[in-house]
Design a protein around this ligand. Structure first.
Ligand SMILES: Nc1ncnc2c1ncn2[C@@H]1O[C@H](COP(=O)(O)OP(=O)(O)O)[C@@H](O)[C@H]1O
Ligand SMILES: [Mg+2]
Length: 401
């Protein structure tokens, strides 16, 4: 592409600078830093053509990006016409974009007032030669030796994330290699609950190193997205992101993977459920019948798409009074009713304890902070029961399939 270094000459560097202000609405980072600007051509008479690669096909926000790109380029002096061509990233580009998003959001968190980072080396997208990755991530194969537990609920606020975190830590305490994946797009709370923060490292080959807390390897979508940013996650984006979590995280060999699923029965929950079809669902409910009702609906959806439900956890079941009685503040029976309706066991009734909430806020799950408390013992028993109920596939057996 012909271009000169004369000052004020309209060239692609100036266009690129203008484009840096346009953000991908979902990742919340500059489309330039994310490697979404594939090509800039400056033609005769100020005609500019920009090729933008979207992170996912059919991105419902492409019109907004298109508009903002036109607007940004249009403000550059000398530009007379703007043509925008939308393409879709290949897997390699997308991997790099997400990796860049991790780095950038971390950098911003570390130094909020700092200017935008200098142009990243990954702006030029190298095309990796060699054969494409086979089959798909091992964790998503039906015969993976990793036992996957999807923790689900009909609605938020019932303690789904609390159960997820404590179950993961309990399994780790029982000597297993455990992973925790936080894909609840309505609130990425595992970082806070597990006390994980700081830089998630990205390896040279663009793999994400999980955080390690209490012997649990964990990733949260909160790693990718600044917490203060309201993000609307769309189906395709979420799907790709999740795929990334299965493919591009350095998990090592896991015995268990516990997943904090999005609550409810909407598109998001369905999307996720379909991806991890061979996960066993653990339904969390409270004793209230209303919560029970929504949990049952969520379970119905899981059943329709062929996911099996391993059991029910009733959370906030009772408060243990000083003289030993159980005070059933939220009523009773929700967990049992749901379990009966689903024809699965009621695996645990977790008491309402101040230590559970405090642990969630301080980043120290009660199983780690106060292992002899009644709630912690309940979580440990839950882990033990799951151990009995969920068969592990021996890797040797899996290989023969
Ligand atoms: N058994 C419990 N005892 C005390 N507080 C709890 C218990 N379970 C959950 N909580 C608190 O209730 C709130 C909601 O729990 P959370 O796990 O975030 O729910 P969800 O993930 O279903 O939205 C949190 O503040 C959490 O600490
Ligand atoms: Mg939650």
């Amino acid at each position: 592409m012909p271009h000169t270094n004369l000052p004020n000459k309209l060239d692609d560097a100036r266009i690129r600078t203008a484009l840096a202000a346009v953000k991908d609405p979902e990742l919340g980072q500059s489309i330039v830093d994310l490697g979404m600007v594939r090509q800039i051509q400056v033609g005769e008479g100020g005609a500019v053509a920009v090729e933008v690669a979207l992170t996912v096909a059919g991105c419902p926000l492409h019109e907004r990006i298109d508009q903002e790109v036109r607007q940004a380029v249009g403000t550059v002096a000398g530009v007379t016409r703007v043509a925008v061509q939308m393409e879709v990233m290949n897997d390699q580009e997308r991997r790099q974009a997400f990796a860049a998003a991790v780095r950038l959001s971390e950098a911003r968190r570390a130094a909020p007032a700092a200017p935008r980072p200098a142009p990243a080396a990954n702006r030029e997208i190298p095309v990796r030669s060699g054969p494409a990755a086979p089959a798909g991530p091992a964790l998503l194969q039906p015969n993976t030796p990793t036992r996957i537990i999807g923790v689900a609920s009909g609605k938020g606020g019932v303690g789904k994330s609390t159960v997820t975190a404590n179950l993961a830590v309990a399994l780790a305490q029982r000597g297993y290699k455990v992973g925790l994946m936080d894909i609840d797009v309505y609130g990425f709370s595992q970082g806070r609950i597990m006390g994980a923060s700081g830089q998630p490292e990205v390896t040279d080959d663009q793999k994400i190193m999980p955080w390690d807390r209490y012997g649990v390897k964990m990733v949260s979508m909160g790693m990718f997205v600044p917490e203060d940013q309201a993000i609307v996650w769309r189906g395709p984006m979420l799907g790709k992101m999740m795929q990334q979590f299965f493919t591009d995280v350095v998990w090592g060999d896991l015995d268990w993977l516990v997943v904090d699923m999005p609550p409810g029965t909407g598109d998001v929950a369905l999307d996720v459920a379909q991806k991890v079809r061979h996960a066993r669902l653990l339904m969390v409910t409270t004793p209230q019948s209303v919560a029970m009702h929504v949990a049952r609906r969520a379970a119905g959806v899981a059943e329709r798409i062929g996911q099996s439900i391993v059991g029910v956890v009733e959370n906030m079941s009772y408060v243990r009074c000083p003289h030993g009685d159980r005070l059933e503040v939220f009523g009773r029976g929700g967990g049992k009713h749901l379990a009966d309706a689903l024809n699965v066991p009621l695996l645990a009734q977790v008491p309402l304890e101040p230590g559970v909430r405090a642990g969630g806020d301080s980043g120290e799950p009660v199983v780690a902070a106060d292992p002899t408390s009644e709630a912690a013992r309940t979580f440990l028993q839950l882990a033990e029961r799951l151990e009995q109920l969920v068969p592990s596939v021996a890797p040797a057996a899996a290989a023969t399939h």
